[in-house]
Design a protein around this ligand. Structure first.
Ligand SMILES: C[S@@+](CC[C@H](N)C(=O)[O-])C[C@H]1O[C@@H](n2cnc3c(N)ncnc32)[C@H](O)[C@@H]1O
Length: 270
């Protein structure tokens, strides 16, 4: 069992490193996620982890942070945002970028890549009207393990059964042993990079459309506000931000306002 001071130490470290808020009723989560980290290093348990962290074991601090992230994701998650993207956001942004013919899309907190690849498939399906356009999709996450999986583009049967229409599975994936390998052409449409949303986001450049879904829920209000402010600076005046179904900017940030009649999509305030 963790002592209260050890719990507080871990909670502070996680908050500082990733924004994750662990409240005192979530001690079981620390135990269940960090016991395997302790075992893999031959440590007796969480108290020993804390001792090593206090001695500035940077590699362990990274592993601990990574082990505490929730990485659940699936293709075309919640469906509606992708329909909105195809029917409203894409035509709108194509009209606005008709001269430049270039669009940058960011899947912020992309986990194992399903969101970024869903967008790549959707755009590939629209290629008839996108001839001559330069599309860049960038997926970022704090978890190196998830990014490795995203880069490999290899998904289990269970993962491809969650949200991916069978027509797209057949068209864009090849069976590889027990898994499914994404088409290299789709893989080439997406760049994956390690990036912490708490860091300066400027080096990532500007994005016309940002998907930042199902990550702010793990942060407290000031952290959400800081991340939203950072994202707002990486978007042009007509850029659009997608949040997850349980997330909003309302009461958190005045940098964004909801786009009328488009649930979950936000534009910059003037
Ligand atoms: C629940 S997943 C969401 C994945 C995807 N956006 C979706 O909606 O399906 C949350 C992701 O946020 C990442 N994450 C957590 N804190 C982060 C941070 N400070 N910076 C970047 N990514 C972070 C986690 O590693 C995890 O992969």
């Amino acid at each position: 069992m963790l002592r209260p001071d050890e719990f507080d130490f871990l909670a502070k470290l996680l908050k500082e490193r990733s924004g994750l808020v662990v409240t005192s009723d979530k001690g079981y989560l620390l135990e269940s996620r960090l016991t395997p980290v302790a075992r893999s290093r031959g440590l007796a348990g969480l108290s020993e982890i804390v001792t090593k962290l206090k001695a500035n074991d940077e590699a362990l601090a990274r592993d601990v942070t990574e082990a505490m992230t929730t990485n659940e994701s699936f293709f075309f998650r919640d469906e509606k945002p992708f329909t909105q993207f195809k029917e409203m956001v894409l035509p709108h942004i194509m009209a606005a970028r008709a001269a430049k013919k270039s669009i940058r899309i960011w899947s912020a907190a992309c986990s194992s890549g399903q969101e970024a690849y869903s967008l790549a498939m959707l755009l590939k399906e629209e290629q008839a009207r996108m001839a001559g356009w330069h599309i860049e999709i960038v997926g970022t996450d704090i978890s190196v393990e998830m990014l490795d999986k995203a880069k490999a583009g290899l998904y289990s049967q269970f993962e491809v059964q969650r949200g991916l229409p069978i027509t797209l599975l057949v068209k864009y994936f090849k069976k590889k042993d027990e898994s499914w390998q994404i088409d290299p052409a789709l893989r080439a449409m997406v760049q994956f990079k390690e990036w912490n949303l708490l860091r300066d986001l400027k080096p990532l450049g500007q994005f016309d459309i940002v998907f930042c879904r199902n990550v702010l829920i793990y942060f407290d209000q000031p952290t959400k506000a800081k991340v939203l402010e950072g994202i707002s600076k990486q978007m042009p005046a007509d850029g659009m931000l997608y949040l997850g179904g349980a997330e909003t900017v309302l009461g958190i940030s005045d940098k964004f306002k909801p786009i009328p009649n488009q649930r979950g999509i936000y534009g910059l305030t003037a």
